[in-house]
Design a protein around this ligand. Structure first.
Ligand code: NAD
Length: 337
C-alpha cells in the first residue's frame, strides 16, 4: 500500500485525502494543517492522523482539544508521496522539506510550472511524470482544457484552440472573493495565463485564451472554439467526447441548463460535497461550422483535479501505467454516469 501524506488540508487537500482513501492501493499516512478549524476537526473524525504544519502553532491544537499525531516533518518522512495542497506559492516554499526526506511530491496548479520537473494531466501526458520527484498537477481550468484537447488532437488534429473562460469569482467558502455584482475581464489583456499553462501539457499547441470573472461560486464555464485539421460532423465529435471517461456529455433529455442544475444533479447522485470530477460538456452545444468546432463546458473547480492527483501518485511511484491508473481511480471514485 502506498503511504500518502497530504500537506495543506483545505478545499483541494481534503478532497484528495478522501479520494486517496478510496483507492485499493493507497493509504493516508497523515494530513497536515497550520491551525485548528472545522476541517482539522473533521480530519480527526475521519480517522486521518493530523500533523501540525507549523511547530510554533502546535499548542493551538491542544487548546482546541484536537489531538495531533506529530509535526509535518514526521509525516513527510513516513510518506511514499506527499500531495502538497497549500495555497499558491507555499508549495514551492515546502519543496526543500520534501527534498530533505527524499519524498516525491505533487504540487497544485497555483504554483509556477517551474516547481515541478513536469506538469501533469492523466489523459494527456501521464508517462512524462513516471518516476519524477516533483510534479505539478495543473489547475482546474487547465485540466478541463487538456482533457478536451487530448482526444480532439489525436483524432482530428488541431489548428488552433480559442477559449473564453468565464470563471467563478471564488469558491463557496471564500467569503472575501468577488466580484459581488460585476462582470470583469480578468485579465483585460491577452492572453490569460490559461493558454500558456495548457502549453505546459501540449508545448506545440496553438491556443489563445481570454478570462472573465463573474459573481458565481458553483463552477467555471468555458466557451470553446477549436479549428480542427479535418471536418468531422458534429455527431462524430460528440461520440468521441462521450467515449472519454472524464468527459460527461450532458444529454438533452436531462434538461440541465446551467451550473446550478449540474451541481443539483451531482448532489442527487450522492456525489460527496456535490463534486463533479468530470468536465461537463453540453451535448447540444457540440457544433461544427466547416472545420470549426464549438461547444460549452462547465468545470467544477474544487474537484476536477482530484482524480488527477490520484493518478499522479501512481505515476511518480511508477506503480501503474496510465490506462490502469485511470481505470482504478475512476472505479474507486465512481467516475462516469
Ligand atoms: P485552500 O486555502 O482551500 O486550502 C489550503 C490549505 O493549506 C488551508 O487549509 C491552509 O490553512 C493550509 N496551509 C496554508 N499554509 C500552509 C503550510 N505552510 N503548510 C500546510 N498547510 C498550509 O486552498 P485550495 O483552494 O485548496 O488551493 C490549494 C492549491 O490548489 C492552490 O495551488 C490552488 O491554486 C490549487 N487549486 C485550487 C482550486 C480551487 O478552485 N480551489 C482548483 C484547482 C487547483
Amino acid at each position: 500500500m502506498l503511504q500518502v501524506g497530504i500537506n495543506g488540508y483545505g478545499t483541494i487537500g481534503k478532497r484528495v485525502a478522501d479520494a486517496v482513501r478510496a483507492q485499493p492501493d493507497m493509504e493516508i499516512v497523515g494530513v497536515a494543517k497550520t491551525r485548528p478549524n472545522f476541517e482539522a476537526e473533521s480530519a480527526v473524525e475521519k480517522g486521518y492522523p493530523l500533523y501540525a504544519a507549523i511547530e510554533e502553532r502546535a499548542d493551538q491544537f491542544d487548546d482546541a482539544g484536537i489531538e495531533l499525531a506529530g509535526m509535518v516533518d514526521e509525516m513527510v518522512e513516513a510518506a511514499d508521496v506527499v500531495v502538497d495542497a497549500c495555497p499558491s506559492g507555499i508549495g514551492a516554499e515546502n519543496k526543500s522539506l520534501y527534498d530533505e526526506y527524499d519524498t516525491p511530491a505533487l504540487y497544485q496548479g497555483g504554483e509556477d510550472a517551474s516547481v515541478g520537473e513536469t506538469s501533469f494531466n492523466a489523459r494527456a501526458n501521464y508517462d512524462e511524470s513516471i518516476g519524477a520527484q516533483h510534479v505539478r498537477v495543473v489547475s482546474c481550468n487547465t485540466t478541463g482544457l487538456s482533457r478536451l484537447v487530448a482526444p480532439l488532437r489525436e483524432e482530428y488534429g488541431i489548428e488552433k484552440v480559442r477559449a473564453t473562460l468565464v470563471r467563478r469569482g471564488g469558491d463557496p467558502a471564500q467569503t472575501g472573493r468577488g466580484p459581488i455584482n460585476d462582470i470583469v475581464p480578468n485579465p483585460v489583456s491577452l492572453p490569460s495565463h490559461h493558454g500558456p499553462d495548457v502549453k505546459t501539457i501540449f508545448p506545440d499547441l496553438a491556443i489563445d485564451t481570454l478570462g472573465l470573472k463573474v459573481p458565481a461560486t458553483l463552477m467555471h464555464m468555458h466557451s470553446i472554439n477549436v479549428s480542427l485539421e479535418s471536418e468531422p460532423d458534429a455527431q462524430d465529435v460528440r461520440e468521441l467526447l462521450e467515449s472519454q471517461s472524464r468527459l460527461f456529455v450532458v444529454p438533452e433529455h436531462m434538461d440541465i441548463d446551467g451550473a446550478g442544475k449540474l451541481k443539483e444533479y451531482a448532489m442527487d447522485r450522492g456525489r460527496p460535497r456535490g463534486d463533479f470530477w468530470e468536465n461537463c460538456v453540453w451535448g447540444e452545444s457540440v457544433s461544427m461550422e466547416g472545420n470549426d468546432l464549438y461547444l460549452f463546458q462547465a468545470i467544477h473547480q474544487e474537484s476536477d483535479v482530484v482524480p488527477e492527483n490520484v493518478d499522479a501518485i501512481r505515476a511518480v511511484t511508477n506503480t501503474a501505467d496510465a490506462e490502469e491508473s485511470i481505470e482504478t481511480t475512476n472505479d474507486a471514485l465512481g467516475i462516469g454516469f
